[in-house]
Design a protein around this ligand. Structure first.
Ligand code: SF4
Length: 470
């Protein structure tokens, strides 16, 4: 029997983070953002397995392993293809493993993916001649063609190195639908490892939509996924949910999208199918303050929606307007009331330290968060990822050298008025104080209905008291 060709998917030994291209949040630094399944790697693995490849995945960061563990696995597995998921903020560390691997990669084609290759593949590959191919956006079809040994010059959406030359092929057009995506290969990972922090049950991601019509200053969604929201058909989402229940006993889902509630007609159809089929699942999704209606929310709740995350970003209307968020505080208040009334929990996100941030606006944001009193809240510091308007603005307006030492927790640059250190101190204080308020503690205490829940909340509380950054 012919030897199966092998593909090794890798999250490198860098800080732990979710490496889905638009969402590159560190998870090691937080108490409430759990590590998420490597959905892109699972998609690529499904494609490869359909073509007869053997595949393997390893997350060295999550297991606190180092480059020597990676080299050991490389020696043992001897892959024909190595695929590294690179995060913009840990680029150098992620790719340094290639230098260490040296001759071990002689017979391996090295493929990299990550948002940053959409904006800077040429200069990165100049520095890392070990990379053979960089996949740019809409990577699945390009990947399939690469592993099929199609002539690189005829594969759209890649940058490749050959004979000391670096060549970029034209971009791949964005598809109108996501129905070309396979059902991710969940045999690639240990599904029990990825759990919902508030129940300790396994949870997985289901890709539902991509794209966002908004152009927020700090966000990669639109530059990467386009300004039209493309949904996966309800049929395919239901098929994937059923597979997760039947094959893996997973009943908790994150419906992954840039903006789930853009088309409430779609959301209603999906919710109705979940209800009609009696799937009995829980799911979370994301939304914006200006795209909600109460009828849809009620249906979502009935279908099992337990949490909606919402980017509130700032408690100051002028800052909201300057970051291009397209919402106002009044809209946020109305949306939060509506979600609460529907009985769905809320996870609010705030961004601190954009260029126009002042002592007054940053405090206004915290006070607004306290007023809204959502079930969860994360205060992130502004992170200028390459490809965002923020990145270009920070470079042009002398806001300091872009710093990724502690992304999302230490700002990439200063604001016009506040130093990076000052913003960092606010961030630490807000993330801690928000959860230690008596009103908040009382609210969570009322939700305790089991010993397990008590244990989870108690452990979280202790971590908060001990930790200065969360
Ligand atoms: S609305 Fe959300 S997904 Fe869309 S650009 Fe703004 S932050 Fe990104």
């Amino acid at each position: 029997m012919a030897r199966k060709e092998k593909i090794f998917f890798v999250y490198p030994p860098s800080p732990v983070m979710n490496r889905e291209d638009r969402c590159q949040q560190p998870t090691g630094e937080t108490i409430i953002i759990p590590p998420l399944p490597p959905i892109d790697m699972m998609n690529l693995s499904a494609i490869a397995k359909n073509k007869g490849f053997d595949t393997k995945f390893h997350d060295y960061s999550l297991k606190s392993e180092n480059v020597y563990d990676f080299l050991r696995d490389l020696r043992e597995y001897k892959p024909d293809f190595l695929v590294i998921n690179v995060a913009s903020t840990t680029l150098e560390g992620d790719l340094s493993i290639l230098k260490e691997a040296g001759d071990l990669l002689q017979n391996t084609l090295v493929i990299v993916k990550g948002a940053i290759f959409n904006f800077s593949s040429y200069s990165i590959m100049q520095k890392y001649p070990e990379i053979d191919v960089a996949l740019r956006s809409e990577i699945e079809e390009a990947f399939e063609e690469v592993i099929s040994y199609k002539d690189f010059k005829n594969i759209k959406g890649i940058t490749y190195q050959i004979n000391d030359r670096i060549i970029s092929t034209p971009d791949r057009e964005l598809k109108n639908t996501l129905d070309n995506l396979p059902i991710p290969d969940r045999d690639l990972i240990d599904n029990n490892f990825y759990i919902r922090p508030d129940t300790k049950k396994p949870q997985t991601i289901i890709r539902v939509a991509k794209g966002c019509p908004n152009h927020c200053f700090f966000c990669l969604a639109t530059p990467l996924n386009g300004s039209v929201v493309r949904y996966r058909s309800v049929e395919l989402v239901i098929e994937e949910i059923k597979q997760c229940i039947e094959k893996y006993n997973i009943k908790d889902f994150i419906f992954w999208s840039d903006i789930f509630n853009k088309d409430n007609g779609y959301v209603q159809r999906l919710s109705r199918r979940i209800i009609d089929e009696g799937l009995n699942i829980n799911f979370s999704a994301n939304t914006r303050a200006d795209t909600l209606d109460f009828e849809t929310l009620k249906l979502m709740k009935k279908a099992g929606c337990n949490l909606l995350s919402i980017g509130i970003e700032s408690g100051n209307n002028e800052v909201l307007q300057k970051m291009g968020k397209g919402i106002t505080k009044a809209q946020v208040e109305e949306a939060v009331q509506m979600i609460k009334k529907a009985g769905i929990q809320i996870y609010a996100y705030y961004v601190l330290g954009l260029p126009w941030e002042t002592k007054e606006t940053i405090e206004e944001t915290y006070n607004f968060a306290v007023k809204l009193n959502t079930d969860y809240a994360s205060f992130y510091t502004a992170t200028a990822l390459m490809g965002t308007k923020f990145y270009d603005y920070a470079e042009k307006n002398r806001l300091g050298i872009i710093n990724y030492e502690k992304p999302y927790f230490f700002p990439s640059v200063k604001s016009y008025e506040l130093s990076a250190q000052e913003i960092f101190e606010y961030n630490k204080k807000f993330n801690k104080n928000y959860y230690l308020r008596p009103r908040y503690i009382l609210k969570m205490a009322c939700k305790i209905n089991s010993l397990l829940k008590f244990q989870i909340y108690y452990d979280t509380f202790l971590k908060l008291i001990k930790k200065s950054d969360i």
